[in-house]
Design a protein around this ligand. Structure first.
Ligand code: PEP
Ligand code: MG
Length: 511
């Protein structure tokens, strides 16, 4: 009888009832990451970081966030973006960090030059003014509201143990750092269902070397940059394996929408050009050539490993060497390597061959008995339609329902928020298909893919790692399809445990 989303209130701070009674709502956006946050507004991440260092509480306000904002987001009490949906950068990253986020507040006007934020009613807020965000409801309030801290007691654990007795679905987590993995494990996660490796490059030195890699114009240049990246990846994977043992860890190979990672400011371009021994103009030409009209349908996912096999080689080295290192410490590990954005089985075969060549050689030389799996994401409708072909090559499937929803509807996951409100108002849609699985359409593809895959490989492991993996009704749907697991951000793990239990109990009662 407990509504799973109510657990949010136990895991995140909230505004007290008293405070909310007297509070003034100045705007509303998408409830992108739960919790409450209040602080002075700043429009640049560097100012949020400085404010935090000075002991202030700050809220980061951006048109949309990008990898450069990670530190600012981490230092903030909450994030507000003018653009973006439930699977935008800000929403996904904030949920992973456990900080509150309200995204897509399209009624606000952000003037980055004058550093003002204008609300729908004409209220003008300046840098340093206070606002309060409720990431559970999507409401934005004027001024600073007081928060009530989250409290988890032993009663919570007892309650969750009842849920664990009832459920049949495993609950994994989407985690990119050992810290997130530990947090998720403490919340009951039974493995990592998605490690987005491109999220391991947010820190300054790392993003610099990552940019060197994507802006390289020859194989030699790229290999040099990859040599610099290898040690971070290996160390991070070791950390993830250690944090998650004895549970499985899925490492998803690079899938960066390139536009998120290209250098933007003059200073960044100059510094990178110097390091690469190129002129600013030469580098600007490279950057221009990498820009895409539709980055989400562009040079990302397995397409990167196909054009630049050296990237997949480096990532395989990092995964397997990390597995060797932790095995030597006596830690049990079985890495699961996941190839993203596959639409044609020959893409999967090509990348799998690279993985096997590098991995098998490293394992043979180590003299250790290390097992690994290679699987794929199902996030392009064509892959779902041809799931039996895919299953011949893939040992597991993870449904990437963010992209699968984007590509099945043809709605941009970053922009759909702009028109979906009209869809709800006109009763064309009841809910956001990026939050709750569209069982009728996207779900049909999932059901078909699962049954086709099982004809070829009856014991194939099936899971979901899109944002729907933390949504109770979508979890019930995955239970119905007899998936092995759902994977969600760390703070949603308890919700997923409860939702999975309720789905199992409802099914039993119906029988
Ligand atoms: C997805 O598409 O559902 C997914 C998990 O991958 P990403 O969000 O990184 O594209
Ligand atoms: Mg995806």
């Amino acid at each position: 009888m407990v509504e799973p989303k109510q657990l949010d209130a136990l895991l995140h701070p909230t505004f007290s009832e008293e405070e909310l009674k007297k509070a003034h709502v100045i705007g509303e956006g998408l409830a992108a990451s739960p919790g409450a946050g209040a602080g002075k507004i700043y429009f640049e991440s560097s100012k949020v970081i400085a404010a935090k260092k000075a002991g202030e509480e700050a809220v980061l306000v951006r048109l949309e966030t990008s990898p450069e904002d990670i530190e600012g987001m981490n230092s903030s009490e909450g994030v507000l973006t003018i653009r973006g949906g439930m699977t935008s950068h800000a929403a996904v990253v904030a949920r992973g960090m456990g900080i509150c986020c309200v995204s897509g507040v399209g009624d606000f006007t952000l003037n980055e030059v004058e550093k003002t934020l204008k609300t729908k009613d004409g209220l003008i807020l300046h840098e340093g003014d206070y606002i309060s965000l409720d990431g559970t409801t999507g409401k934005v309030y004027e001024g600073k509201l007081n928060k009530v801290a989250a409290t988890i007691s032993g009663v919570f654990e007892t309650f969750m143990s009842w849920a664990d007795e009832a459920r049949t679905l495993d609950i994994r987590t989407n985690a990119d750092t050992p810290k997130d993995a530990k947090q998720a494990k403490a919340f009951g996660a039974q493995g990592i269902g998605l490690c987005r490796t491109e999220h391991m490059f947010f820190e300054k030195e790392r993003i610099f070397n990552f940019r060197k890699m994507i802006c390289a114009t020859s194989v030699e240049e790229r290999e040099k940059a990859l040599e610099l990246i290898l040690p971070y990846q290996r160390a991070d994977f070791e950390g993830l394996f250690e944090a998650m043992t004895p549970y499985p860890v899925i490492i998803r190979y690079l899938d960066p929408p390139l536009h998120e990672f290209l250098p933007k400011t003059e200073a960044e371009i100059k510094e990178l050009a110097n390091d690469l021994g190129k002129t600013v103009e030469e580098l600007q030409n490279v950057i221009a050539s990498l820009k895409e009209f539709n980055p989400m349908m562009g040079h990302r996912g397995c397409r990167l490993a196909i054009t630049y096999p050296e990237i997949a080689k480096m990532q395989t080295r990092a995964v397997i060497e990390a597995a060797i290192n932790v095995t030597k410490k006596g830690i049990m590990v079985e890495p699961e390597i996941m190839i993203p954005l596959v639409g044609e089985v020959n893409e999967l075969k090509y990348v799998k061959n690279i993985v096997q060549e590098v991995a098998d050689e490293l394992i043979k030389n180590s003299g250790l008995d290390i097992k690994y799996k290679v699987g794929t994401m199902i996030e392009i409708p064509r892959a779902a339609l041809l799931a039996d072909e895919m299953a011949k090559e893939a040992e597991f499937f993870s449904f990437g329902t963010n992209d699968l929803t984007q590509m099945t509807f043809g709605f941009s996951r970053d922009d759909a928020g702009k028109f979906l409100n009209a869809y709800y108002a006109k009763q064309i849609f009841e809910s956001d298909p990026f939050s709750r699985i569209d069982e009728h359409g996207v779900g049909l593809l999932m059901e078909m893919a699962a049954s086709k895959a099982r004809t070829v490989r009856p014991d194939i492991s099936l899971g979901i790692c899109g944002e729907h993996g933390g949504d109770p009704s979508s979890i019930a749907f995955c239970h119905k399809l007899r998936f092995n697991y759902v994977s969600c951000s760390p703070y949603r793990v308890p919700i997923a445990r409860l939702a999975a239990a309720q789905a199992a109990i409802k099914e039993k009662l119906a029988k």
